[in-house]
Design a protein around this ligand. Sequence first.
Ligand SMILES: Nc1ccn([C@@H]2O[C@H](COP(=O)(O)OP(=O)(O)OP(=O)(O)O)[C@@H](O)[C@H]2O)c(=O)n1
Length: 391
Amino acid sequence: MRIYKVGGAVRDRLLGRPVTEVDWVVVGARAEEMQAKGYRPVGADFPVFLHPQTGEEYALARTERKSGRGYGGFTFYASPDVTLEDDLTRRDLTINAMAEDEHGQVIDPYGGQADLAARLLRHVSPAFAEDPLRVLRVARFAARYAELGFRVADETMALMRQLARSGELQALTPERSWKEISRALMEPRPDVFIQVLRDCGALAELFPPLDALFDNDRVGTTPGMLATLRQCADHDQPLPVRWACLLHPLGEEDPQSERPGQAIEELNQRVKAPRDCQELALLVGHFQHAARKPATLAPEALFDLLQHFDIYRRPERFEQFLAACDMIARGRFAHEGLNPATVYLRDAADAARAVQVKPLMEEGLKGAALGAALKRARLEAIGRFQADRAL
Ligand SMILES: Nc1ccn([C@@H]2O[C@H](COP(=O)(O)OP(=O)(O)OP(=O)(O)O)[C@@H](O)[C@H]2O)c(=O)n1
């Protein structure tokens, strides 16, 4: 049996980037031998094992054949006669299809090193098309390595276009799509991820309302949305902020639609985004306008906004909302430095939070009456705050 390091670890070492996770491929072995050596199988009929000590993944060299639509439709052929080259051919990109032996010798049958040098994301073979998720993966790698000068090779872009047109992306499960999308949004250039998806037609398949924005962009929202995503990366924003910033223009289209928030809701559901991402996207979609000019809001409207956010129990969610507003201000409106609108909102929230319950309880108030008195006191506090700031 021979063991090689493969995939991302080889690529990132050659790029001089930190290697976070090492995958191994095992040639000339059977599952029984692996288990006899103490490796633990990952699944019943998947030829991947975990090392007894390091927990790293060791996969038997395999070929993959697509037997149906979607990700379920894969069959594996793993056997001691599958060569390292066979295993590398089924991989997505040439830069991911390199291996390294125990002496640090690189095995590179598909020109991965040349493509690293040329800064090209190029598919290995037509087998690329067997997994439509790879369209998202390529866009994600483009987002990760854009700053190193990488771009998608023309022939790979053509293949991605074909895959998008075939409708195969529809067969991706929300879980697999979200895993790629969420990782891509956290890369240094999430805007490049979206642009690559747009260019190959995948955005139209995955997020039709976002794609439509690019087509009917009378007011130039899409360059602003892309710039906003870039700001998110430059300011290390967490995933919910980035997701909300991606979807924020849909909230602006909404006033004309019958159900505000519908487009955001649909995209949330489509990828089954986690709850915090869903919530923030809807809140940003809905309140971004009000948050741009909070000083012009009537005290009641400002109070309602803060109530809606449940700023008393969910302060971190409100902070993420303000962060998203800041990123939009920078990306869309080229605003630099401290954003007076979000400073105002944060101070208003602090004024409302400063209202104490204890004195009201000491007056003997309870239950609904206490709730109503607290609301009144907070509304008054906001009124005072606005009056002070107006001076
Ligand atoms: N749909 C996929 C998923 C994975 N791979 C191959 O499996 C390797 C390991 O996959 P993964 O761990 O997902 O990616 P990495 O390349 O290690 O990248 P990352 O740094 O994002 O983990 C990849 O390098 C690639 O060769 C593939 O060809 N097609």
